[in-house]
Design a protein around this ligand. Structure first.
Ligand SMILES: [Zn+2]
Length: 129
């Protein structure tokens, strides 16, 4: 509990110096823990701050740094894929509109053709009779 009488939230630091270092911070504060601690700054919440555990080993920091890089590149890839899917979807929509209009034209041509067939039939009957 912090001074706002709410349960504090546990965060994971992503700063280079404290990568992977977990800390508790007031849930109402949006400013990073260290910034809040150093400057006593807060926006809405109090300046409660506490580390959860000891410093992360340099090995773990390196691993986390690599993982962060992988996560970022996967996010970029995902965003790119989503954009590509949207483009394909838009194109497909456009093409299906074209197919629809061609289908309508074909239907009217077929109608015309069958009307001509009937006319021809009458003409043939007429010429026979
Ligand atoms: Zn608070």
């Amino acid at each position: 509990m912090c001074r706002c009488k709410v349960k504090v939230v546990r965060w994971i630091s992503w700063s280079v110096d404290n990568l992977g270092h977990r800390y508790f911070k007031c849930r109402n504060t949006q400013i990073g823990g260290l910034t809040a601690r150093v400057f006593g700054a807060h926006d809405g919440g109090c300046d409660f701050f506490a580390w959860h555990d000891g410093l992360t080993s340099s090995f773990l920091r390196e691993v986390l740094n690599d993982l962060r890089g992988v996560v970022h590149s996967l996010r970029r890839e995902k965003a790119k894929s989503v954009k590509e899917i949207e483009e394909v979807r838009a194109k497909t929509k456009e093409q299906s509109k074209e197919v629809d209009s061609v289908r309508k034209k074909l239907a009217s041509v077929l109608e015309l053709a069958s009307a001509l067939d009937v006319k021809m039939l009458f003409l043939m009957i007429g010429s026979v009779g």
